[in-house]
Each structure stands twice: as C-alpha cells, then as structure tokens.
Design a protein around this ligand. Structure first.
Ligand code: 2AM
Length: 186
C-alpha cells in the first residue's frame, strides 16, 4: 500500500516567504519550507494497481498552465480546537476547473468521490490544544498577506510517509501542463 496525494509544488521563493509568516502561536508546529504544497486531491492509502490506474489517468490530464496567488491566512478547526493554520489562495476559476478535472479522472480511475468541498490552501502549521482565540491574533495580523502570483506549469503525485517528526512527502511523478495533447480529452 502507498499513501498518495496530488498537489502543486510551490516556488522556493514563495515557500521562503510563507515561512516569514511564522509567529508566536501556542501549540503550533510549523511545517518546514520544503514540505509546503497546495493539495488538489488527497487519495489516501491505495494498492499498487490503483496507484498505477491513478497515474495513467493523471497522465492524460491536458490543461494549460495558469496563475495562482497565495493570499490571506486562516485556520481549520474540529471539535472546537484549531487543527491547522494555512495560507489561502485568491479566488481562481482556472484552479477550480483544474481541481474538478483532477477529481473526475481520479473517480474514473476507481477512487471514491471526495465528499469535502475543495478549499485551496497551503498548510503552514499543525496545532494541538489550541483554541480559536489563541490563533486570532495571528489570523488578524496576516489577513492582508499577498504573495506575488506564480504560474503553475506542472502538478505532482506525491507519496506521504508518516514519521515521528511529521510527514515526509516524496514526489513520485511530475506531470507537465500545456505539453500533452490527448486524443480522449473531454
Ligand atoms: P492539509 O495540509 O490540509 O492537512 C498530505 O497529507 C496532504 O494531503 C496535506 O496537504 C493534507 O492536507 C492532505 N490530507 C491529508 N489527509 C487528508 C484527508 N483525510 N482528507 C483530505 N486531505 C487530506
């Protein structure tokens, strides 16, 4: 079995800039710059056959490169506790369409539909024992954050390995955008 997800890699300058948002937030474990990414589709644990089918399907995704701008910050919570701090993405139709296409091909490859709404974000920190009130100053301070837009020219199938000091992500396959002409595009 292998744990997979599909994501955009981020330019190094952007990741460095995102590390500049780190501050004093109790209970926050900040994600290393090299692990930062923008998830398009979490696949989870699959066997080698399914992984192969997903890879084939992703290889047929033909789309043109487009721009993304990381902006704003926020948090995810469950059961009244903050689980993550993230940087958001400026509203982006091209990204929404692209993500929907990735979802479609994943389902065609046999994966169960993702029931959660797509909320594009770059996780900055994971939190433990942190109430929303404790992250409010961080969110307020960086509400106006805006990074320069960048062009995405490829997307990546990552594997994820859970380690004691956090997850490590390995790029398994990189799929270029704008350079593949498929006969069975829809
Ligand atoms: P997160 O950053 O919001 O936690 C690798 O773990 C990537 O897949 C992360 O970007 C993570 O999103 C996302 N991810 C992990 N588990 C997930 C799940 N159960 N559902 C959706 N996304 C998940």
């Amino acid at each position: 079995m292998i744990r997979l997800f599909v994501a955009f890699d981020l330019p190094a300058e952007l990741r460095v800039r995102l590390t500049g948002l780190r501050g004093q937030v109790p209970g926050a474990r900040w994600i290393p710059a090299e692990s930062m990414h923008l998830t398009l589709r979490y696949i989870g644990e699959v066997n080698e056959d399914v992984a192969e089918d997903v890879h084939d399907a992703l290889g047929r995704v033909a789309d043109d490169p487009f721009e993304i701008q990381v902006s704003g910050v926020g948090h995810f919570e469950s059961r009244g506790q903050v689980r993550a701090l993230w940087a958001g993405v400026t509203r982006n139709e091209a990204l929404a369409r692209f993500q929907a296409r990735i979802e479609t091909v994943c389902q065609r490859a046999g994966l169960a539909p993702e029931s959660r709404r797509f909320h594009p974000h770059v996780t900055l920190a994971r939190c433990r024992d942190t109430s929303p009130a404790r992250v409010a100053p961080f969110v307020a301070e960086h509400a106006g954050f805006q990074a320069p837009p960048f062009q995405v020219g490829s997307f990546v199938l990552y594997s994820s390995n859970l380690g004691r000091s956090g997850s490590s992500y390995i790029p398994e396959v990189t799929y270029p955008l704008g350079s593949y002409v498929s006969a069975d595009q829809d």
